[in-house]
Design a protein around this ligand. Structure first.
Ligand SMILES: [Mg+2]
Length: 325
């Protein structure tokens, strides 16, 4: 990508958080060495999304690990903030380490963890019907919350013959996360539990799609938002969404005591990561290795529809070549 591909907005005020709408975007590659140094000095905490920023599926994005490890070496506090609900925090940490990132479980904030933390926090003591995968199941188990629903629930010839006694009367919440086994019976059960007003309705995130590696371009991998919308439609209810850019994760992070003005949010999606950063008053860096493309960015800018990031890089690792010696 050429530097011209990202519209320049100016270089002033890199050390200040910026909540206001920008009419254009600044390409960090066009910054002088002094400005890059000023940028690096302007934050103490780095929150980074994972899929599409640090890795794609099981492959590290070149340079991302070195960039994150460099931030750590500078003394920045690091947190990995992911809407992905398919793994427990220790598995995320293990994956990050395998791909070359220094990371510990305590630095991982995933939506599976948030879902368990939320229910534990409100003293939930019933059972969860989980339209999701093992990541959420394990996090629920670790806080002592019972669950049902994980794994295949295939369509039977007489599937419409489901009766109330097929439902578990102990269920008091439905959680929707990513579930590769989604099926019509699962949607029926989720909506039937939610027919009771007392039943809580929680979703991990509403991402439309998963980012894909180069060989996968042209194939759309539907994200959790697809399943959340399906359950919202048939239950005629709205889910409490825990992940970025929503309020719960914001309050969770703010309670950790970080200074928003000196926090950098790195992401690959404008409508989750950057929106989240803007809502929190963080500085924002968009990388173009995941979902939001340069074309999307230009469209957002031309249509004047925020959020736009404060700075942009083609990929996170590009920051390494900009570091003043
Ligand atoms: Mg991402």
């Amino acid at each position: 990508m050429t530097s011209n591909a990202i519209t320049k907005r100016g270089t002033q005020n890199l050390n200040k958080p910026s909540k206001m709408f920008k009419s254009s975007v600044y390409n960090l590659q066009e910054a002088s060495k002094d400005q890059v140094q000023q940028f690096l000095n302007s934050f103490d905490t780095v929150l980074s999304d994972c899929d599409g920023v640090l890795w794609l599926e099981n492959n590290a994005i070149p340079g991302s690990a070195d960039a994150m490890n460099y931030f750590r070496k500078l003394g920045k506090k690091i947190f990995y903030v992911t809407n992905n609900s398919t793994k427990i925090r220790s598995d995320f940490a293990a994956k990050a380490q395998q791909l070359g990132f220094e990371a510990s479980q305590d630095e991982i904030l995933s939506t599976a963890y948030l879902a368990a933390h939320y229910l534990k926090g409100i003293g939930f003591n019933k059972k969860v019907y989980l339209l999701g995968s093992n990541g959420i199941a394990e996090e629920l188990k670790s806080v002592g919350i019972r669950h049902i629903g994980v794994g295949p629930d295939p369509v039977q010839p007489d599937f419409k013959a489901m009766v109330p006694s097929d439902l578990d009367p102990e269920v008091g919440a439905v959680i929707v996360g990513f579930d590769e086994h989604v099926s019509y019976p699962k949607l029926m059960k989720a909506a039937s539990y939610l027919a009771s007003e007392e039943c809580l309705f929680i979703a991990t995130n509403t991402d439309e799609r998963f980012p894909r590696a180069g060989s996968g371009y042209g194939i759309v991998v539907p994200g959790t938002g697809t399943l959340v919308r399906a359950v919202e439609t048939c239950s005629e209810r709205k889910a409490l969404v825990l992940g970025k850019p929503h309020d719960y994760v914001r309050r969770f992070i703010e309670s950790s005591g970080l200074d928003p003005a000196r926090t950098l949010m790195i992401g690959d999606r404008c409508n989750t990561d950057i929106e989240f950063g803007v809502r929190c008053g963080f500085q924002t860096l968009l990388v173009l290795t995941g979902v939001t493309s340069n074309k999307d960015l230009e469209k957002i800018r031309n249509e004047k529809k925020p959020p736009l990031p404060d700075v942009v890089l083609p990929k996170l690792g590009d920051i390494l070549s900009l570091i003043p010696s």
